[in-house]
Write a protein that binds this ligand. Sequence first.
Ligand code: DAH
Length: 331
Amino acid sequence: MIDLSKLPKDAEEASLAASTVDELVKVQNQFLGKKSELVAAKKALGSIPESERATAGKEINEIRVSIESVIDKRRVEIEDTEWETYFLNDVADLTEVLNPITRGHLHLITQARDQLEDVFVGMGFTVAEGPEVETAWYNFEALNIPDWHPARGNFDTIFVDLGEEEEVMLRSHTSPVQIRTMEEQRPPIYIVAPGRTFRTDSADATHLPAFNQIEGLVIDKGITMGDLAGTIDSFVQAFFGEEVKSRLRPSYFPFTEPSAEFDISRPDGSWLELGGCGMVHPNVLKNCGIDPEEWQGFAFGFGIDRLVSMRYQLDDIRELVLNDARFLRQF
Ligand code: DAH
């Protein structure tokens, strides 16, 4: 009879020496596999006297169980360490911030538009809106620009191919919102209307084919050119600061009489043209069913993009639409 009693101890030592599951499988084969001493002893059972067979068989079983438990215990240990190593070395570190999420902000034009609205709302105006696609009536006719009028040519209009020729267009200014407002509201009216406008201009350092304007309209009793000048002055100071001055220069627009252009002062003492304005033409009031004998008013309109480029001293107005994050992030 082979001496099996030392096997569990030997198996334990061999198991402890194994540091991977593969090595442990070899140990398991050595002590429990087909060619192991234990299996040989089991086979030898047939050749020992029957009276001793049961005791010997029981002993073999107990030894097998204890070898198995030694190996199982070691397997758990090895697996634990292997998992630990795996987690520490091979798994992505979820606490690592690869691409820090940064919070965006409103576009420069939107910021300016909001601030303009705030300034005018502070002066008692409300904000009005109109569609970007307009008919000839709103974009031209009701504004006292009949189809034969040479001023139509100044607007470089982008027409839309919908029905009659030159009937539907992308609005070339925000002035049509004046008409829409007067059609819907009875005076007194105090509104500003910011929005996108379109012309056939090709983009260059000072022009964009799609740009932004803000329109103003006041209709009330006893309104004069002085109210217009005062309003523009207050707005310019609220928006740019106390040191910035404004001035009016005589000009011509079909929808105002008299008409003016307004400029603002630059730090170097020169003037920058910002927009047009004037007293609302009696024909425009009549076109909207308002009696010019009873009501008077003024209107103004200017480019927001231009105002922004003046405020931040931009060299090229196209920066506003290129959407280069390095540029936009600065504001
Ligand atoms: N709509 C004119 C333009 O785009 C600007 C303008 C001039 C608006 C005079 C007005 C105004 O309201 O009174 O060139």
